[in-house]
Ligand binder design. Structure first.
Ligand code: C2E
Ligand code: CA
Ligand code: CA
Length: 755
């Protein structure tokens, strides 16, 4: 019966209806079979094992099986009839009932189904069964008890135990098989899984593992798990992981691993240790999910949170974040920033007349143009609708200079946005109004700054649109002034308002050897202006190269005139060159043309460059200088000692002269540091075979000190201020006549004091 039941459970399952009915037939049938071959005590009084079978059927297979089996057994018992019929039926009822009670207690975990419990149950069942003999006609009771009492109590509990253990084993085995099947299905989940031995060698992997890592089973079985490691995690990371595994038998977290094709990917990994009965780790089971897609989704979500979907520009949230950051940086770096609010003029009309699609396209194009008009370190954001914000950072200089820089960028933005837009067959135009607020610290809250920029933008709209307005009226005034000045410089350059002044340069014996060309501006209203009033503005307005060119032209003309002048033919003239001029693409060609046209002797021309200017593009500077050097033009490093003064670049350049900066000269003779620096510059120049000239020499003590330190040439108020050419020519002539000691062989006291 047990063997058939095992087959039945495996085939139909213990809990399916068919399986249960089959089991009922089996148990009922066996009971009937038992009753067919009973120990017959008297006619109609039989002894068999149906109580054992039915009680165990109730315990292990439940009410349905036991009920049907009991009904079958009862039917047969009734059909048999005889004196024992009623007690026989009662015994069937008792067995099923008591078995079900036991089952209930077992399922509630009140009792177990071990050897002693089964024995005890068998004994109780048989004792109660014997009590049922009282249902027999009275003349049979004593007889029956006497005949079977002891054997029943000895044999039946043991039979109950044996049958119970066998049925329990059948159920357990099918349970185990089911567990295994579930485990196998779980192992083939969508998560990658691998099982290793205690020393991390891979024993099994699932399909998903192969799909995720790209390795086949054969390639990884027997390999160490380090095969997958990406090298992204530190040694310390793995140490911490193993430590936790050792302590808690499990670990989970994010790990970067490497696929077979070399691609590194993030995975969510959980590892569990499996221990044997001796509590030794025998396996590790790891399950992981590839989270690269999840991360990509997360990044996408982040993008949505911080960027405007239409233009891809930072949105308000990110802008506020950057603004906060810019304020903090401004405090640290002592540099200023500008916040600009832009609102497209009449954008609503475009939307209304040409539709939202055209409007969107225009916004996209405008965003592109704004981004293209600023440095990559600046921020262009879209607040929504047709409102944009541009934030410029790292603006250096005094407030007016900062305002001017912001103004220039704003003008560029106006031009960029104002250019026509080609959208499909349409050509659309749009202008913008810009409000600007400057900040150099975090004194003003972010929201307040935004409000100010917004207000200024409305002021720009009120001023007729396509305009820039600053929040601070003083800034507005300064910017206006500056713009006026730029315009005047532009006019001055067109009307030859910039004139050449020369400041004499002398040798150690007081002999005139040349002069520095310095610009002066003959301003129509303000009179003669010094470079302080215009050089920086000209530089920022992009006009300095034109100014340099004009000075260079005048200098060349002067050199050409002096070619036949007995006292002046050997003089050289130094001209200041700005970075913008030097790095012009056709700088060399223009200079060559200028020399040719003027007829100046290139050997008499010296160009003054500063260190910072050279370092902008050292290779470019070297190429240009070498080309000019070949013509005979000479080079001096202006303001030497204030820049980087690196020996490496000095050697690479075709230089002739170092010009010691005035700040060192001014500090003489008291300041020991300056003296040391000047001495070092003189030694350096001598070893590199360069001349040295000291500028800003104002006193006799300075002059003598410089002479003592090995300086060879001099320039400064002590010998003469910058002066018009005619004045220098007059002094030269006077020198020849012995009136002025500037041309005398040994100068000791200042004599040229004109300007
Ligand atoms: P820099 O090239 O360092 O010119 C020397 C400046 O020092 C000149 O000022 C000169 O007048 C002044 N100086 C000369 N000797 C003395 C002295 O003994 N004491 C004092 N206190 N100052 C002295 P300036 O003419 O005002 O020129 C200022 C700067 O403007 C120049 O500095 C130069 O960087 C720039 N600059 C002048 N003309 C031009 C030009 O044509 N092109 C360019 N790119 N820059 C120019
Ligand atoms: Ca100079
Ligand atoms: Ca200088």
């Amino acid at each position: 019966m047990c063997w058939l039941q095992a087959l039945n459970v495996r085939f139909w399952g213990a809990n399916s209806t068919v399986g249960q009915l089959m089991a009922a037939l089996l148990f009922g049938g066996t009971s009937v079979f038992g009753m067919l071959t009973p120990i017959t005590l008297a006619d109609g009084l039989i002894l068999d094992a149906r109580s054992v079978i039915l009680s165990m059927a109730a315990l292990f297979s439940g009410p349905l099986v036991a009920g049907v089996a009991g009904a079958i057994a009862s039917g047969f018992r009734v059909w048999l009839g005889g004196v024992g019929m009623w007690s026989g039926l009662a015994e069937i009822l008792l067995s099923v009932g008591l078995g079900l009670v036991y089952r209930r207690l077992y399922l509630r975990r009140r009792v177990g189904v071990g050897v002693s419990q089964l024995l005890a149950f068998g004994l109780i069942l048989q004792v109660l069964g014997l009590l049922l003999y009282s249902l027999l006609p009275s003349e049979y009771v004593a007889f029956a008890l006497q005949q079977v009492g002891v054997p029943v109590l000895l044999v039946m509990p043991v039979a109950t135990l044996l049958l119970g253990l066998m049925l329990k084993e059948i159920l357990q085995r099918t349970d185990d098989e089911r567990e295994l099947r579930i485990a196998a299905i779980a192992f083939n989940s969508l998560n990658g899984m691998l099982i290793t031995d205690a020393s991390n060698r891979i024993l099994r992997v699932n399909e998903a593992f192969c799909a995720i890592t790209g390795y086949s089973r054969a390639e990884v079985i027997g390999q160490k798990t380090s095969l997958l490691s990406s090298g992204r995690q530190s040694q310390a990371f793995y140490q911490a992981m193993w430590q936790q595994l050792k302590e808690t038998d499990s670990w989970h977290g994010e790990v970067w691993n490497r696929r077979k094709n070399g691609e590194v990917f993030p995975e969510w990994l959980s590892i569990n240790a499996v221990r044997n009965a001796q509590w030794q780790v025998i396996n590790y089971v790891a399950s992981f999910a590839d989270v690269s897609e999840r991360q990509a989704a997360q990044e996408h979500i982040e993008r949505l949170a911080f960027f405007d979907p239409l233009t891809g520009l930072p949105n308000r949230r990110l802008l506020l974040d950057r603004l906060q950051h810019a304020m903090a940086t401004s405090v640290r770096s002592a540099q200023s920033s500008a916040l600009m609010f832009l609102d497209l003029d009449n954008f609503k009309n475009i939307n209304d007349f040409h539709g939202h699609q055209a409007g969107d396209e225009l916004l996209r194009l405008a965003a592109e143009r704004l981004t293209g008009a600023v440095r990559s370190s600046d921020t262009v954001a879209r607040l929504g609708g047709d409102e944009f914000v541009v934030m410029l950072e790292g603006l250096a200089g005094p407030p007016e200079a900062v305002a001017a820089q912001a103004e220039h960028v704003a003008e560029q933005l106006l031009r960029a946005v104002g250019a026509p837009y080609r959208i499909g067959p349409l050509t659309l135009r749009s202008s913008t109004s810009i409000g600007v607020v400057l900040f150099s610290d975090d004194a003003c809250p972010v929201e307040e700054l935004m409000k100010r920029a917004d207000l200024s933008m409305y002021a720009a709209k009120a001023a007729g649109k396509n305009a820039v307005r600053f929040f601070d009226p003083r800034m507005q005034e300064a910017v206006s002034k500056r713009l006026r000045l730029e315009e005047e410089i532009r006019e001055g350059l067109q009307t030859n308002g910039f004139i050449l002044y020369l400041q004499p340069q002398l040798d150690g014996k007081g002999g005139l050897i040349g002069a520095e060309a310095l610009a002066r501006w003959q301003h129509p209203q303000r009179g003669l202006l010094s470079p302080v009033a215009f050089i920086e503005v000209a530089e920022q307005a992009g006009l300095i190269d034109e100014l340099d060119l004009q000075m260079l032209k005048q200098t060349c003309r002067q050199l050409a005139l002096w070619r036949n002048h007995p006292q002046a033919e050997s003089l050289s003239l130094s001209v200041n060159v700005s970075a913008r001029f030097l790095y012009q693409a056709d700088f060399v060609e223009r200079l060559v043309l200028l020399l040719e046209q003027s007829g100046a002797n290139p050997q008499r021309l010296k160009l003054e460059l500063t260190e910072t200017l050279l370092l902008d593009d050292l290779p470019g500077a070297v190429i240009r200088m070498n080309a000019l050097k070949a013509l005979g033009i000479r080079f001096s490093i202006d303001d030497f000692g204030t820049g980087y003064s690196s020996l490496a670049y000095l050697q690479r350049l075709p230089l002739d002269q170092l010009k010691i900066d005035q700040s060192f000269v001014k500090a003489l003779p008291e300041d020991g540091n300056s003296a040391s620096i000047i001495r070092a510059i003189c030694a350096l120049a001598s070893s590199l075979k360069l001349e040295v000239i000291a500028e800003g020499v104002e006193t006799d003590e300075q002059y003598r000190a410089l002479l003592g330190m090995g300086c060879q040439s001099f320039q400064g108020y002590l010998f003469g201020r910058p002066m018009p050419v005619e004045e220098l020519e007059r002094l030269m002539a006077a020198g020849v006549e012995g009136e002025c000691r500037v041309l005398a062989p040994c100068a000791a006291v200042p004599l040229i004091c004109a300007e």
